[in-house]
Design a protein around this ligand. Structure first.
Ligand code: ZN
Length: 240
């Protein structure tokens, strides 16, 4: 079974279409989305509909819950808050219901999917240090967990100690615990502007992160036309 693991689409339809086309070409049979389908970008409804059409399993991101009015946005930065209020206007009742009912965690045969952390998924904290990884690894019932949220691809492995690496490929052992941050489809923040996602080959226990170029200028033009804050477009070109 080949899985495509996507996170942090953020209403960027061009990036999502490019990633889904790549995943299909690579033989992905199941799409797993780690949340933040919406927020920041100009096509939240289209992104949600495309994922539903692809039969994706989706877990909740903080922006999905923010737009569905399930979490407080007073600690969001000004651009995120403005984009949340704009996105709320775009959604119909059905889309709002779907987002508000997303589960926080999903289990698959051999791995777990969550947006932020496994130890407190409802708080949408970040796994950025080996100590953060340790807290989530204590909750892992399976050898592999996919996360998103930081928009920065990184892999943590617990053997005798916990270490991390930035290599795009990881072979998962059933004797260790591995947390893979799959990066972001629609708003990468690792200074690489290309969309990022991961393929997981369950037979070979192999994870590979893939980078895909897409039409960033088109998204920036849509952000301007929508009246969304301009820096949300400029950051796409810089990948930060
Ligand atoms: Zn996000």
């Amino acid at each position: 079974m080949q899985y495509a693991i996507l996170s942090d689409i953020h209403g960027n339809l061009e990036a999502l279409e490019a990633v889904l086309a790549s995943a299909r070409a690579q033989g992905a049979e199941q799409i797993v989305c780690l949340g933040d389908v919406v927020g920041y970008g100009p096509q939240p409804v289209e992104c949600l509909q495309l994922l539903l059409k692809a039969n994706a399993t989706i877990v909740a991101g903080n922006h999905d819950f923010a737009v569905a009015d399930r979490i407080d946005i007073s600690n969001f930065n000004v651009f995120a808050r403005e984009a949340t209020l704009w996105t709320r206007e775009q959604l119909g009742d059905e889309e709002r219901r779907i987002l508000s009912e997303l589960p926080l965690v999903a289990e698959f045969d051999g791995f777990t999917a969550v947006h932020g952390t496994l130890h407190t998924p409802e708080l949408f904290d970040y796994v950025q240090t080996t100590y953060d990884a340790h807290l989530s690894m204590q909750e892992m019932q399976q050898p592999l967990c996919f996360i998103g949220h930081s928009h920065v691809p990184i892999t943590f492995v617990q053997d005798e100690t916990i270490s991390y690496h930035l290599s795009p490929t990881t072979t998962v052992s059933s004797h260790t615990k591995t947390i893979v941050n799959v990066g972001s489809v629609g708003q990468p923040r690792d200074f690489d502007a290309r969309a990022c996602y991961a393929l997981y080959d369950a037979q070979r226990h192999r994870v590979e992160r893939v980078r895909i170029p897409y039409d960033i200028d088109s998204v920036i033009a849509k952000i301007r036309r929508a009246g969304l804050p301009r820096p949300l477009g400029e950051r796409l070109r810089a990948g930060r």
